[in-house]
Design a protein around this ligand. Structure first.
Ligand code: CLF
Ligand code: SF4
Length: 506
């Protein structure tokens, strides 16, 4: 009998990959209550499926911050929701709204305006709320989203609700002040600087109070946590359990990015970042308790476009000054685009319900029960849009899919250096290629739009099958096709070398 998507298990069966689904994938999306589904289905961060279709932009209107994190250098954007080492141009609320309207006219996929820095949005409440108010008057179809360290969150919950904000992210790195004292040297609280354990205790209490109040108001809360090896890595499992018990919707465990060149305390003192494997293991462990986000791109405080895309340069204040926007036409294009995505989503759902025995190229499909073969990790070079569309040598990151008879799902994202910079830096390229191959460890195939002879040979030598045959195809179609190819050539029937199992068994 066909299995309805809402009957899919909430968590994978014991013994299978413990990776929770990434945000709300199509199966979970379909199973959500109507009101909640409406709120997440077009939000690229709250729904793994939505990030293939919808774009977000950030307005960098919030320069000040009221705490200090050891992974932040105030010269740069807030590292709680941004890639460290990036500086955004601070905009006034009026400039931010002009920019948003220009982007929304040029990119019909735009569904969300987020404020995530460059400091803390709620340490700059006038600028943050003025931006939301002005945009809601001009383009009420754009969702509003905010990301905060949480210190002043409880006092702003009512105003967030008044502005109809349905999505709030709180960065919670700990629930234990002893651990907090290792992450936060000070906070600015009630007009004075508070340091050490006392500072962390206040911050934690405010974050938890803010979370509870948001949940009471029915606002969806995502928790971001920065994984800092040796400081809060083990502890984040308890954080995950606590925030889930309080009603958080999603947990996004992000890797610390630590580079001495960024001038952060952690960078200078040599605090290491987690490896891709350590991050995946922790995300898996936390997924036992709640839904995990695994498609985060740690984007800039002025990011524009699909997740993983950065189109900010197309929309500088200078460039948008020359753009004339026809608001009615722009709204019509956005509305048409959303209707098209909704129709596409309906189509695969009915296929799943009626053709349960077929191997369908869908994220949540149920292939034939007779299909044998173990799960494998397959890496994909993608510029966004849910397509295999990036040259291997230009990839800044690889999306890692776990593919098996049960379907394909995104389980992690691994950042890499670009190695292909031109022939003059050959040694540097060779080293960067070695690093890329190390990053891909554990994957059995890598899909990309194009690949050169040198990396092809090096990948093969490392036991990773390179594949450039699926350029410009949908990722789920392509990884399932490659998995089936491995199956028919007998490569999946053999005893596993334990690559995936090592990750799963942790
Ligand atoms: Fe921006 Fe954050 Fe809203 Fe998304 S980002 S404020 S929830 S609209 Fe998304 Fe970017 Fe990750 Fe943030 S990918 S860094 S989780
Ligand atoms: Fe930096 Fe953000 Fe931490 Fe403030 S909250 S110190 S801006 S990382």
């Amino acid at each position: 009998m066909a299995l309805h998507v809402s009957e899919l298990p909430e968590h994978p069966p014991a013994g299978g990959c413990s990776a929770g689904r990434c945000g709300t994938d199509p199966a979970r999306l379909a199973a959500l209550p109507e009101d909640m589904r409406r709120r997440v289905e077009n939000h690229p961060c709250y729904s793994e499926d939505a990030h293939r279709h919808f774009a977000r932009m950030h307005a960098a209107v919030a320069p000040a911050c009221n705490i200090q994190c050891n992974y932040c250098n105030r010269k740069y954007d807030c590292a709680n929701e941004s890639r460290p080492g990036v500086v955004s141009e601070v905009l006034t609320p009026e400039q931010a709204v002009r920019k948003t309207l220009a982007v929304a006219a040029a990119i019909p996929q735009l569904s969300v305006l987020g404020i995530a820095g460059p400091g803390d949005p709620l340490a700059n409440p006038e600028r943050t709320f003025a931006t939301f108010r002005l945009l809601a008057e001009k383009a009420p179809d754009i969702k509003l989203c905010v990301s905060t360290n949480g210190l002043t969150l409880p006092e702003h919950v009512d105003e967030l609700a008044r502005h109809n904000i349905e999505h709030v992210t709180i960065t919670i790195n700990c629930i234990d002040p002893e651990i907090g004292a290792e992450i936060y040297p000070w906070i600015f609280w009630r007009n004075r600087r508070v340091r050490g354990r006392a500072a962390a205790a206040i911050l934690i209490e405010q974050q938890q109070k803010g979370l509870e109040k948001l949940v009471e108001r029915g606002i969806l809360v995502k928790i971001n946590s920065v994984m800092i090896p040796g400081v809060n890595d083990e502890h984040l499992k308890a954080v995950s359990r606590t925030v889930k018990a309080k009603g958080a919707f999603l947990h996004n465990v992000m890797p610390l990015i630590s580079d001495a060149a960024h001038g952060t305390l952690y960078g200078v003192m040599g605090q290491r970042a987690p490896t891709a494997d350590e991050l995946a293991r922790l995300q898996d462990a936390c997924a036992g308790d709640m839904q995990m986000m695994r498609h985060c791109r740690q984007c800039r405080a002025d990011a524009v476009g699909l997740l993983g895309e950065d189109r900010g340069d197309e929309f500088t204040m200078e460039k948008i000054a020359a753009i004339e926007v026809d608001h009615a036409a722009a709204l019509a294009r956005r509305t048409a685009f959303r209707a098209q995505v909704a129709a596409e989503r309906e189509a695969p759902r009915s296929i799943v319900e009626t053709v349960a025995t077929a191997v369908q190229p869908l994220v949540f499909h149920r292939p034939a029960k007779a299909a044998a073969g173990r799960a494998v990790l397959i890496a994909v070079a993608s510029k966004g849009g849910g397509m295999v569309n990036e040259h291997f040598g230009h990839a800044r990151e690889f999306l890692i899919y776990e593919v098996s008879a049960g379907g394909a799902r995104l389980v992690e994202r691994r950042a890499v250096d670009i190695y292909c910079r031109g022939s003059e830096q050959c040694d540097e390229e060779t080293n960067a290629l070695s690093r890329t191959i190390r990053v891909l460890q554990g994957c059995e195939a890598v899909l990309c739009a194009k690949i050169g002879i040198e990396p092809w040979g090096r990948l093969e030598a490392a036991g990773i099958v390179p594949n450039g045959e699926h350029g410009m195809e949908k990722i789920e179609d392509a990884v399932m096709a490659v998995w089936r190819g491995l199956l028919t050539t007998g490569q999946l029937g053999r005893a596993t070398d334990g690559r995936l199992e090592r990750r799963i068994s942790a």
